[in-house]
Ligand binder design. Structure first.
Ligand SMILES: [Cu+2]
Length: 201
């Protein structure tokens, strides 16, 4: 699908059940001239060691541009379907700015659910350390609140988990909402297929 034909040169999947990363930077990408398909997290699927850290950063690799994003867990505490392990904390970055001078954005994004946060200007990173008990092993699906309708979503897989393990559900098993925009539905389906295919190897 379109996600694979990305123009950034960045990998769409990193790690696997036998290749858990200690830390990794996920790039937030908005491709120029490809609005319907080019909004993505790269990698969209990342395997992480329990206790490992993910940082999210803006990218202008390839023909992409700077745009504000969020990193938001599919969690009932974020008023979304729960596609993260039972009892896990609900990470939500708030708006991650797309400019060096965050004051330029005041007013423009004040209506965001989590309001304005100034600590993450362009080039800065926003981090989550996936350690228990707040972040137990399992599959964490997440999305960008500003671009979920364009399919901007991804997964962090913490630990070597598979069907039947704690944390495999609900991320891998809960039905995707029918009312999701098609690009979001497609991306989450692609993400789940990537995870399943690696686990079966
Ligand atoms: Cu976004």
């Amino acid at each position: 699908m379109s996600l694979m034909a990305n123009q950034t040169g960045l990998p769409t999947t990193v790690g696997g059940p036998n290749d858990l990363k200690e830390e990794y930077e996920v790039k937030m990408v908005a491709m120029k001239g490809n609005e319907g398909h080019g909004f993505a997290f790269f990698p969209s699927v990342l395997w992480l060691k329990p206790g490992g850290t993910v940082s999210w950063e803006h990218s202008t690799s390839g023909p992409s541009k700077a745009v504000s994003h969020t990193v938001t867990a599919f969690n009932s505490k974020n008023e979304k379907p729960q596609y993260t392990p039972k009892g896990s904390k609900a990470f939500d970055s708030g708006v991650l700015n797309d400019v060096e001078d965050a004051s330029a954005l005041k007013g423009r994004i004040a209506t965001h659910k989590n309001g304005y946060r100034g600590q993450t200007g362009f080039g800065g990173a926003w981090k989550v350390t996936f350690d228990a008990p707040g972040y137990p092993k399992g599959v964490y699906l997440y999305f960008c609140e500003d671009h979920d309708f364009l399919g901007m979503a991804g997964a962090i897989v913490v630990g070597d988990v598979g069907p039947g393990d704690d944390g495999w559900s609900p991320g891998m098993t809960a039905p995707l909402k029918e009312e999701f925009p098609q690009p979001l539905h497609d991306r989450l389906t692609w993400v789940r297929n990537q995870i399943s295919s690696k686990v079966k190897q």
